[in-house]
Design a protein around this ligand. Structure first.
Ligand code: GRF
Length: 225
């Protein structure tokens, strides 16, 4: 657990558009999240999230995974960059590389991920497509701590959305993404406030009665389409 007085130093790892990164930037600017994004790292130089960082004066780095002799060399460079900036929590926001135990052990219980599915259902790539193909009626998003297995670590919070008969992968993804933007800053805020405690496979949220809106809610089920 974290003491929670100073702004939480974050390192955000991206590979693409960075709309979750933007949600964090906005939550910090609005005073909803006491954190500071010390570094944005992308493994792809064309990730639009890099422009978002630049627009907000946030330092960024491109570490192309193909430019290193091994996965470990890539991850060692990543660890170094994050340590140099004093990052306390690593935030995976659409980062499309699997991280090995070597990286995970450098930030024990200090890596978060968001997955566009209700874990443990539909881990891995294309969770929204998997949900549609399996015919579920409820889909959603999960924020969890990262452990050494993919999409597996202790779950912090989840949001559910309905699946409609005429949904496409795009329409379902957009509905889930809107919830991701709400959910991720909330999870980060709980961490920053020192209110998350990992107990085995579960995450205990201290003072859970005072969680900002909707951690346990199913917010969109009655929404207009
Ligand atoms: C999100 O759907 C997230 O759940 C998944 O990758 C996507 C990233 O989107 N891990 P963005 O780059 O934050 O817009």
């Amino acid at each position: 657990m974290r003491a929670g007085q100073t702004p939480l130093p974050l390192g955000v790892l991206i590979s693409g558009g960075g709309t979750n990164l933007q949600a964090m930037i906005d939550a910090i600017a609005d005073g909803q999240l006491a954190a500071e994004i010390r570094l944005v790292v992308s493994n792809r130089s064309d990730a639009y999230g890099l422009s978002r960082a630049e627009q907000h004066g946030i330092p960024s780095a491109v570490l192309p995974h193909g430019g290193y002799p091994s996965r470990q060399a890539f991850e060692a460079a990543l660890i170094r960059a994050l340590h140099e900036r004093g990052v306390e929590l690593v935030v995976l926001a659409g980062f499309m590389r699997l991280l090995s135990p070597f990286f995970i052990r450098a930030f024990p219980q200090r890596i978060m991920n968001i997955h566009p599915g209700l874990l443990p259902a539909f881990p891995g790539l294309h969770a929204q497509r998997q949900a549609l193909e399996r015919g579920v009626r409820i889909a959603g998003a999960t924020v969890h701590f990262v452990d050494e297995e993919m999409d597996h670590g202790p779950i912090i919070c989840q949001a559910a959305v309905p699946v409609y008969p005429d949904d496409t992968e795009d329409s379902l993804s957009a509905r889930i993404l809107a919830q991701e933007h709400r959910l991720y800053p909330q999870a980060l805020r709980l961490f920053a406030e020192g209110r998350l405690e990992v107990r085995g496979r579960s995450v205990l949220i201290h003072d859970e009665a005072h969680v900002p809106d909707g951690l346990l809610a199913v917010p969109e089920l009655k929404a207009e389409r």
